[in-house]
Design a protein around this ligand. Structure first.
Ligand code: FE2
Length: 304
C-alpha cells in the first residue's frame, strides 16, 4: 500500500475522512431487528446484513478511505432519538462485516471501559483502565494483527477520554530523514509482552517484531508500537535491549507529539472511528467516570 503521510492540518482539510451518517440506515436496522429479533454477535456474517444497501454504501466509502486514503474515518452519529443501545450495536456489527473479517480475540464487540485495573502493575490491556494510553497500535502478539481498529461510542465520559490519532508514516519519514541511526534500531525486531487474549503465551521469545517493518521500500512501513509492552517484553525475557533503544523510543515519542502531528477529538454517542492499525497510531486521554453512567466504547478488530 502506498499512501501519503498526513499532518493534523492535512487531515482536517480532507473531507473524505469525515463521513455523514445516512438516515436510511435506521430503517434497514429496524427491519433487521424485526425479522431477526435475536442475534449472537460472533455469528453475524455479511450474509445476514447484505440487504442493507445504504449501510453498505457508507461502509464502502469507509473502506476506500481507510485502505487507500488517509487511513482514518470518522462517521457522524445517527439521530439520537432513532437509536437505542441495541440498535447501535447492530449498526456497528453490520458495519464491521461490511469492512472485512472481524477478529474474535476479545469477542466480536469488545467493551472498552474502566475495570479498575492498573496496566503498569498487571499484564492487562490498557483498554480496561481509565489511564491515558499513549500513541500506539493494537495487539502485542506477533500472530494477531488487525488491519482495522474500530470504535463506536455508546457513552462518553463527562471529563476526558478524548481520542488522539497520529500518522505513523509521517513519524517514520521524519525519523529516517533526521535520525537515521535511531530509525534503523526501530526497524529491527524487539520483544513484546503478550497481553492479547488467545495469543500463545509459550511463544514469549518468538514474540518479537519491529516498530517499523520495512520489507519493500516502494511500500510504506508497517508500524506496530506500544512502548510499555516493548519495555515489559525485554524485562520478562530477561534480555538486555540495544543500548540505544531507549533513545530511539524517546525520539519516536517526541516526533509523534511534534506540533501539527496529532488530531484530537471526542467521540459523541453513536459516532464511529475507524483507523488503519499499522499506519495510524491512536491514543486516548485519561478520563473520569460518572458512576451512574460510566464511559463505554465498543471496539472491533477487522482484517481486510
Ligand atoms: Fe488501542
Amino acid at each position: 500500500m502506498t499512501r501519503a503521510p498526513w499532518t493534523n492540518t492535512d487531515l482536517s482539510q480532507r473531507p473524505q475522512h469525515c463521513l455523514t451518517f445516512d438516515e436510511g440506515i435506521v430503517q434497514e436496522l429496524q427491519h433487521w431487528q424485526e425479522t431477526c429479533p435475536t442475534i449472537v454477535d460472533d455469528e453475524v456474517t455479511l450474509e445476514h446484513v447484505s440487504g442493507m444497501t445504504r449501510l453498505a454504501q457508507l461502509a464502502q466509502k469507509t473502506r476506500a478511505e481507510v485502505y487507500h486514503g488517509s487511513g482514518v474515518v470518522r462517521v457522524s452519529a445517527p439521530p439520537e432519538s432513532a437509536m437505542s443501545d441495541n440498535l447501535l450495536r447492530r449498526y456497528y456489527l453490520a458495519f464491521g462485516v461490511h469492512l472485512g473479517q472481524p477478529l474474535g480475540n476479545y469477542g466480536r464487540l469488545y467493551e472498552v471501559k474502566d475495570r479498575g485495573g492498573d496496566y503498569t502493575k498487571k499484564a492487562i490491556p490498557v483498554s480496561q483502565t481509565k489511564a491515558a494510553t499513549g500513541l500506539h497500535t493494537d495487539s502485542s502478539a506477533v500472530d494477531v494483527l488487525p488491519d482495522l481498529v474500530g470504535l463506536i461510542c455508546i457513552r462518553p465520559a463527562p471529563v476526558g477520554g478524548a481520542s488522539r490519532i497520529a500518522c505513523a508514516l509521517l513519524a517514520h519519514e521524519k525519523l529516517s530523514r533526521n535520525f537515521p541511526e535511531l530509525c534503523r534500531i526501530l526497524e529491527e525486531p524487539h520483544y513484546r509482552d503478550i497481553v492479547t487474549p488467545g495469543a500463545d503465551q509459550s511463544q514469549r521469545l518468538r514474540n518479537r517484531f519491529p516498530v517499523f517493518e520495512v520489507t519493500d521500500t516502494t511500500k510504506g512501513p508497517v508500524c506496530r508500537y506500544m512502548r510499555f509492552w516493548i519495555e515489559k517484553g525485554y524485562e520478562k525475557a530477561e534480555i538486555e535491549p540495544h543500548s540505544q533503544l531507549q533513545s530511539a523510543l524517546d525520539q519516536l515519542d517526541s516526533t509523534l507529539e511534534e506540533p501539527d502531528s496529532v488530531a484530537t477529538f471526542t467521540l459523541q454517542r453513536g459516532e464511529m472511528l475507524w483507523v488503519h492499525n499499522t499506519t495510524t497510531l491512536h491514543d486516548r486521554t485519561a478520563y473520569e467516570d460518572d458512576p451512574s453512567a460510566p464511559r463505554l466504547l465498543l471496539r472491533q478488530w477487522v482484517c481486510g
